[in-house]
Write a protein that binds this ligand. Structure first.
Ligand code: SF4
Length: 79
């Protein structure tokens, strides 16, 4: 049986208009989200490989845990 590897990357994005700036996403995914001096998220600009299960799980946790639905995952397929 062949094993298909997931290719491509994701980016975690924030809508600054929806964000309340309480920084819950930083608590959920500190390796992906820092906070600025006012408590607003500063999201890593590094692409997250789909094959990186731990980082992908953290990104999903942050999206699910955002009380304002201000976070989303944007998938980019590699060519
Ligand atoms: S959890 Fe959502 S609303 Fe709260 S700081 Fe993060 S992106 Fe903004």
């Amino acid at each position: 049986m062949a094993v298909r590897r997931r290719s491509g990357v994701i980016f975690l994005r924030v809508d600054p208009v929806l964000c309340d700036g309480f920084g819950h996403c930083h608590e959920l995914a500190p390796e992906l989200v820092a906070i600025d001096e006012w408590g607003y998220p500063v999201i890593t600009t590094e692409p997250i490989a789909l094959a990186n299960d731990a980082a992908l799980a953290s990104a999903r946790l942050a999206v699910r845990g955002c009380p304002r639905q201000a976070l989303r995952i944007e998938r980019v397929n590699e060519r």
